[in-house]
Each structure stands twice: as C-alpha cells, then as structure tokens.
Design a protein around this ligand. Structure first.
Ligand SMILES: *Cc1c(COP(=O)(O)O)cnc(C)c1O
Length: 393
C-alpha cells in the first residue's frame, strides 16, 4: 500500500473517533417540506434552505424545461470566450434591478463569488475587516488576498471600530459580513456597521446567501431589513438557497467593482459558465419576487406562527427574526438524543453540538419554509413537547 493511503486512513479514523463523521441521508423525492428517504417514510423537512419552497416549484421547473429547448444544455465555455447567452445577461440585469445596484456578475456558486472578490479588488496596501463568524468561503477568499486582515468579534461594533482605527492608514478599508449568521439565525447589525463605514471611509460588502428572498418586507434581505440598501457597496449571494436552490451565485454592486471583477476575478475567468437552465429558472424566481410579496409573506407568517407556539410552550429559541430557528437544549447528549427521537417521529432536524457550536450551547437547528403548512409546524412543536416529556426535561 502506498504510504499516503495509510495516512488518510488514519485521518478518517480520527474523524470517526471524534464522533463527527457525517453520513449522507439519501432522499428519494424532490426537495420539499415533506421528503421521503430510504430509511424513514414521510419526514417533515426542517433543515433545508428551501425558504420560499421554490426548489420544486412548478413555475421554475417549467421555465427550466422550456429553457432546455431554447438555449440547449450547456455552453462548454467560460463567459468571456463563448459562454454568455442573452439569458445570462437577462439574469444579471434582473438581479441588479432587484438589489437596486448598478451591475451584477454571475458565478457558479456564492463560494466562487466570495473567493473571487477580495484578491481582485484589494492589494497589499489595503485592509479587510471581517466578522469572526463569516462563512468559510469568505475566510478562504480573504486567505487569497494580500490585504491586511482584521477579524472582529461577532456583530460587535465596538470591536469593529477598534479595527477600523487600527486600519486607518490603509489605502482602502473593506468591511465584509454575513447578512445572517447561519448557526444562530441572527441578523447583522448593518445600520451601525454602515455608520462606522461612513465615519472611517470604508467599503461595505454583505453576503446575503441566507437573506435574499428570506427577510425584509419584499425579500431583499438583511440590507432591506436594516434599511441600508443604498449604503452597501457590494452584495454577494447564492441561487442555491431560497431562489430555487439549484446552484449559482452572484456579486452585485457599483459598476466600477463589477467591471474589474469581469476582467480579473479568477473563478469567473477560469470556471465554466452557469448553465442556461439555471439562469432561466432563476430569472423566473426573481420575477416572482419582483411581482409579488406573497411568498415572502407566507414565509414570515409561518415563521411567526412557529416561533409563537415554541415560545408559548416554554422553549428557549435564539432570536427568532429569521426562519433559521435554533431551539436551545444546551446539553450535548440530550441534543443528540432529541435529534434521533425527532427523526423516529418523522421530523428531520439537525442537532448542533460542540465543536460546531461552543461547549454547553447544544441546540436543534430548525428552518421554516413558505412550503410548510401551519399543521406541519404545529406537529413539529407538539413533537418537541413529546420529546421533552420523554427525556424527562
Ligand atoms: C451557503 C452560503 C454560501 C455558499 O453558497 P453556494 O452558492 O452554495 O456556494 C456562501 N456564503 C454564505 C453566507 C452561505 O450561507
């Protein structure tokens, strides 16, 4: 056996010993509020990012099918050689209009949007100020960039201000934050963040992956929720969550920024174009959001119903202004037991415990969708009550 294989076998054993080995659950249905798996039947799905229920929407699948006949299957090219069809430009314009920005550039994922952002627009004389809980793709993007790095405490504006003071001699200062922190479902304090950006002449970038189509009165995200749409310079986001959930990402912002990204951003230049099928269905997803707030309102009404019922039954939840709703259990062992019991009773929700979250802060993370019925959400809360009893809590 080659020595490398032995090393990797050791690595695998280490993960298994730590109890963090992940088995993938195979689902045998489209993504929906209810899914079927090979082991359990009929699970209520409380862990998808399918916030608007668009992952299996008739409108989107019809648009995707139609697009196959009109635009074909694939492009076999990057955008700037022969991989730009009218549908890609249409989607970019649609996102620009939705975000009320000047221009938009598409990527294969938001992971790519983030890894292709910082090194392209910043150099060694510049500074990046990044929230400590930012997504892995932001962390990787920052690693690729030569700018000086400042990591501030989660959503801590006093700490951010200290970092801004320390970075006062940098040529450009860029603040980057998740609009929503996905472990806790907490919305970034963007209003105070933008005030600091004004005070210290900094650019503001927000990753809206868990926010676009999810929060804000019209689904325009945390930037709408916090009333800062015209104060943010760069927005990155994904097509892989609320907006149909296939894949794809984007960066919207000032024309100067998008122009440079189109010339120099490496994942854009060196990775294949987004499939026209996804582009066409995504145009429909944005059309739906631009023409009606019905889906967003349904999501918010489901969320309020669920949070209200959890609270009135004495469950401690984090925040509750975003459809990511973690139910605090604190004890690692109880969280694991509870997640297993829920599964037995037909509910798919994920337990998070140390080291994914701090010790003694174990929780069951649930996510509400517009696709859920109130009856399903009632059943989920009733089952939580049942589990609590059975565990003697
Ligand atoms: C999900 C997520 C991403 C990655 O998006 P993909 O399009 O799946 O690559 C990036 N940033 C944040 C904050 C996310 O939640």
């Amino acid at each position: 056996m080659k020595s490398a294989i032995k090393i990797w076998q050791g690595n695998i054993q280490e993960i298994k010993d730590s109890g963090l080995w992940k088995d993938e659950r195979v689902i045998t249905t489209p993504q929906s509020s209810k899914i079927d798996t090979t082991k359990n039947k009929d699970l209520i799905n409380m862990c998808a990012n399918n916030y608007l229920g668009l992952s299996n929407s008739d409108v989107l699948t019809a648009a995707a099918k139609e697009s196959l006949d009109k635009w074909g299957y694939g492009l076999s090219s990057v955008r700037f050689i022969c991989g730009t069809q009218a549908i890609h430009k249409e989607l970019e314009d649609k996102i620009t209009a939705f975000m009320k920005q000047e221009d938009t550039i598409l990527y294969s994922s938001c992971f790519d949007a983030n890894t292709g952002l910082f090194e392209t627009i910043l150099g060694a004389d510049d500074a990046i100020l990044s929230d400590e809980l930012n997504h892995a793709s932001i962390i990787d993007g920052i690693r690729l960039c030569k700018a000086k790095r400042f990591r501030y405490k989660n959503n801590d504006m006093a700490d951010l201000e200290n970092c801004l003071k320390e970075a006062k001699d940098a040529r450009i200062r860029l603040i980057i934050t998740d609009g929503v922190f996905s472990m806790d479902g907490i919305i970034a304090n963007l209003s105070a963040l933008c005030d600091l950006a004004d005070k210290y002449d900094a650019i503001v970038a927000v990753d809206e992956s868990h926010a676009t189509g999810v929060i804000g009165k019209t689904g325009r995200g945390s930037i709408e929720y916090c009333n800062v749409m015209d104060r943010v310079d760069i927005v990155t986001g994904t097509l892989g969550k609320a907006l149909g959930g296939a894949s794809g990402g984007f960066t919207s912002g000032r024309k100067e920024i998008i122009d440079i990204l189109r010339q120099r951003s490496r994942p854009y230049l060196f990775s294949n174009t987004l499939s026209p099928t996804i582009a066409a269905a995504s145009v429909k997803a944005f059309d739906m959001l631009l023409s009606s707030t019905a889906l967003v309102e349904k999501l918010h009404s489901n969320m309020e119903h669920y949070v209200e019922k959890l609270k009135s039954n004495g469950f401690e939840i984090l925040d509750g202004r975003h459809p990511i709703i973690p139910i605090m259990v604190y004890d690692e062992l109880i969280a694991q037991k509870m997640a297993a019991m829920l599964l037995d009773k037909g509910i798919y929700a994920v337990g998070f415990f140390y080291p994914v979250v701090p010790k003694g802060r174990a929780r069951i993370r649930t996510q509400v969708s517009a696709a859920h019925t109130k009856e399903q959400l009632d059943y989920v809360v009733d089952t939580f009550i049942e589990c609590r009893k059975e565990l003697g809590l």
